[in-house]
Design a protein around this ligand. Structure first.
Ligand code: IDP
Ligand code: MG
Length: 162
């Protein structure tokens, strides 16, 4: 199993589609193990978007993501990092495939509804950045027994112990 970090951006809150997006992940079978609303600070935004800090669009991006609180989640499942990225679609929502979250809810590059970790390494870092260990929960659901084959469900080896 893997855990991945998801952040629902201010355009998702403005469009009142937080529930719809969360629902997509639930329906897919991903397990919500962390969920909260926070206000991004300048510092957190700079750390989260460090790879874009020198880009011309960064000031606009920072203003946008700090304009309302954001909803943060940790999702758990088999190959969760890749599965969630696929559900989001490509960065430019205008090119994102219909059926993906960006493809269905946005026409923007900047205001593209959602962030999701792009690799397992990034997921470890982002979960640690946004969630304290006590905010990420370990629990069993009845569905866990039928959602996967035995060998798929086998272990939590890719989940970082903190
Ligand atoms: P990703 O969110 O698909 O992983 P990244 O390249 O990591 O894409 O970019 C992070 C976020 O920065 C994007 O989701 C988008 O909100 C914003 N962004 C990326 N490129 C641009 C751009 O060219 N103009 C404005 N905003 C951008
Ligand atoms: Mg990214």
């Amino acid at each position: 199993m893997e855990q991945t970090f998801v952040l629902l951006k201010p355009d998702a809150l403005n469009k009142k589609i937080i529930g719809e997006v969360v629902s997509r992940f639930e329906r897919k079978g991903l397990k919500i193990v962390g969920l909260k609303m926070i206000q991004l600070t300048d510092e957190l935004c700079k750390a989260h978007y460090a790879h874009h800090a020198t880009k011309s669009f960064f000031p606009g991006l920072k203003k946008f993501v700090c304009s309302t609180p954001v909803v943060c989640m940790v999702l758990e499942g088999k190959d969760a990092v890749e599965a969630v990225r696929k559900m989001c679609g490509v960065t430019n929502s205008r090119e994102a495939a219909p059926g993906t979250i960006r493809g269905d809810y946005s026409l923007s590059v900047q205001s593209n509804i959602i962030h999701a970790s792009d690799s397992l390494e990034t997921a470890y870092k982002e979960i640690e950045r946004f969630f304290s260990p006590s905010e990420v929960h370990e629990y069993t659901l009845e569905l866990d027994k039928v959602a996967y084959a035995d060998d798929e469900r086998a272990n939590r080896s890719k989940i970082k112990k903190r």
